[in-house]
Write a protein that binds this ligand. Structure first.
Ligand SMILES: Nc1ncnc2c1ncn2[C@@H]1O[C@H](COP(=O)(O)OP(=O)(O)O)[C@@H](O)[C@H]1O
Ligand SMILES: [Mg+2]
Length: 595
């Protein structure tokens, strides 16, 4: 059994109080008893002594007066009977002749026997006190027997007050003990109870003990401690919340792993990136696996690692780039606790980098082209003229095979000339002339100029205008060139039949309004591996193409503060999305001035 604090105080106190009282009571009772016993023995001995003297006197009288001894004995007996002496027993020759103790004669006799056997004239057993003397002249044994309970009652009567006082004292001291133990244990119990509550996290608890003693001091100290604890816990919680807020608010995904390779935590941005980065489940799983692998590798090799991860966003071939950095997670003492991974979507940055790279490439290509074009153009003009002269001199009307050769050469010279013109166009540093331009007007003009190509095949063009705001601040001629190049590519991508949908609408990104022109054809589409290359100069899949169309498009769109994006599914079609900021006027003007 487990004793609570109250019992631990109460029970020893009770024992300490009851035991001495009991011991004192018993000792004093015992002493009283012994005293009474000794008094009784003395009293009986005196009685016996007096009786012996009396018998001896009767015997002497009888001897002097010549009275028969038997008469003398009768006289003595009658005398004792008259006196009605309590407890007296007289034995003559082992015969009971007077018995004032008990009706049972055998018992009276046995008392003598037991006394004689013990060889003492005083015999005491549990029930009786017995004293006897022998009067040899008459062959008498005179004894007194006393039942002990008679004087026990006497003793109780005598010690009544003492017992009463003891009981009162006992009750009082027990009450006092209960009171003291309760008084001592109550605040301690309260302390324990509140400790328990605090342990469960309830720091609002307070101990209300108004005492001046050590328990009061303890309660005050405890209350102070709890207040401090509450304050510190609050601070700690605020800090934790702040850290969590940071982790939640940053756009970088953060994942932590313990030493055994188990994921410990991942912040919201991390979850979002892992879940919604791509539409394809396999890609997402590959992404997660890549992060886990890199974390494990960092843990294993104990070194940080930085890698760029490329994912395909959708079937349209657009790529997503992730910067994945893993490093070791160490505590204050530099002990390794696991690994941490930060990963962020750097697709936008990558796109800008690609644009810059492309522009750089375009610039160098442009410079090269400009240099070469002049060198090639003049000899080419000379060659063309010479061939034409040769053709008119050497070829007769029916000389078909020679005619074909000359025509073929002239065609190729023209093609080379076109390429050079296009190259020069491309390389020429154009000074854009920005003005408020109605995009629909340019689009219609571009369609008009490409009408011949469109009509050669059975192609339907639809224009959907979904906004009123169709004016932007751009260079008319350049945007016209952009549209023409895109429409021509769409036509080239289609078989004999097809539809080209052109949508004009607006979109908002980072609080900036953009006008969006979407060219959506249902042509052959672009293979995924080519998506990244189509804006590169000289990339073409068309045997008749120059591979310069889209590089020019890209260059011009960027020059007009726009953006271009492509989405394509092989066999289904391609979407070119061009965006221009609607309130980009000031920016463009600035750029214009700078240029
Ligand atoms: N709408 C489109 N559909 C399919 N492929 C396209 C489309 N537009 C461009 N392309 C691909 O991009 C390549 C580059 O185009 P471009 O720079 O205009 O050069 P070119 O037209 O001379 O080939 C094309 O050869 C073609 O493979
Ligand atoms: Mg083209």
């Amino acid at each position: 059994m487990k004793w609570d604090i109250e019992n631990k105080i109460l029970i020893p106190f009770m024992i300490l109080i009851i035991l001495p009282i009991l011991i004192i009571g018993i000792v004093s009772y015992w002493n009283g008893y012994q005293l009474l016993l000794n008094n009784k023995i003395k009293e009986v001995e005196n009685n016996l002594h007096e009786d012996m003297l009396l018998i001896d006197k009767i015997n002497e009288d009888a001897r002097k007066n010549d009275i028969l001894i038997d008469l003398a004995k009768d006289k003595a007996i009658n005398y004792f009977i008259d006196l009605n002496k309590a407890g007296i027993i007289i034995l003559q020759n082992n015969e009971v002749i007077l018995n004032n103790l008990d009706d049972n004669e055998a018992f009276a006799k046995s008392l003598f026997n037991k006394a004689i056997k013990s060889k003492k004239e005083t015999y005491i057993n549990d029930d009786v006190l017995f004293i006897y003397k022998t009067y040899d002249k008459w062959n008498w044994k005179i004894g007194y027997g006393l039942y002990k309970n008679i004087f026990t009652n006497e003793l109780v009567e005598f010690q009544k007050n003492t017992i009463l006082i003891a009981i009162i004292f006992l009750v009082f001291s027990m009450q006092a003990t209960i009171f003291i133990s309760h008084n001592l244990s109550r605040p301690i119990k309260k302390l324990a109870e509140i400790c328990n509550k605090i342990g469960k996290g309830n720091l609002k608890e307070k101990i209300n003990i108004d005492r001046e003693d050590e328990i009061g001091i303890l309660a005050d100290a405890f209350n102070n401690m709890v207040r401090k604890l509450e304050k510190n816990t609050k601070k700690l919680l605020e800090m934790k919340k702040f850290n969590e807020d940071i982790l939640r608010s940053i756009s970088i995904g953060i994942m932590t792993m313990d030493k055994k390779g188990r994921i410990l935590s991942i912040n919201q941005a991390g979850e979002r990136l892992l879940k919604y980065s791509t539409n394809s489940r396999e890609q997402r799983e590959a992404f997660r696996k890549k992060i886990m692998d890199q974390l494990t590798e960092t843990l294993f090799n104990e070194e940080s690692k930085n890698e760029i991860l490329v994912l395909n966003k959708m079937e349209d071939g657009n790529k997503l780039y992730f910067d994945v950095t893993t490093s070791l997670l160490r505590n204050k003492n530099k002990k390794i606790n696991g690994a941490i991974c930060s990963f962020s979507d750097i697709t936008k940055r990558k796109r800008i980098e690609n644009n810059i790279e492309r522009i750089n490439r375009l610039t160098s290509v442009g410079q090269l082209a400009a240099g070469l074009a002049h060198e090639i153009r003049n000899p080419l003009a000379g060659m063309k003229m010479s061939i034409q002269v040769l053709k008119s001199r050497l070829c007769k009307q029916n000389d078909k095979s020679n005619l074909n050769l000359f025509n073929g050469t002239l065609y190729e010279i023209d093609r080379l000339n076109n390429l050079i013109t296009e190259l020069l166009d491309f390389a020429k540093p154009h000074q854009p002339k920005y003005e408020m331009t109605n995009i629909l007007e340019i689009l219609n003009k571009s369609l008009e100029l490409t009408k011949k190509d469109i009509n050669e095949k059975d192609i339907k063009t639809n224009i959907h205008v979904e906004t009123h705001n169709i004016s932007i601040f751009v260079d008319k001629a350049q945007i016209e060139q952009v549209f023409i190049n895109i429409i021509r590519n769409a036509v080239n991508a289609m078989n004999i039949k097809g539809v080209l949908n052109i949508t004009i609408n607006t979109t908002i990104r980072e609080k900036i309004n953009f006008l969006r022109i979407i060219f959506h054809d249902n042509g052959c589409g672009i293979k995924q591996e080519n998506i990244d290359k189509i804006f590169n100069p000289f990339f073409t899949t068309d045997p008749q193409g120059t591979g310069l169309g889209l590089s020019v498009v890209h260059k011009l769109v960027i020059e007009n503060n726009g953006e271009i994006e492509v989405q394509s599914v092989v066999g289904k079609g391609t979407k070119f999305i061009i965006k221009f900021p609607i309130f980009g006027g000031e920016l463009s003007e600035e750029k214009n001035i700078n240029n």
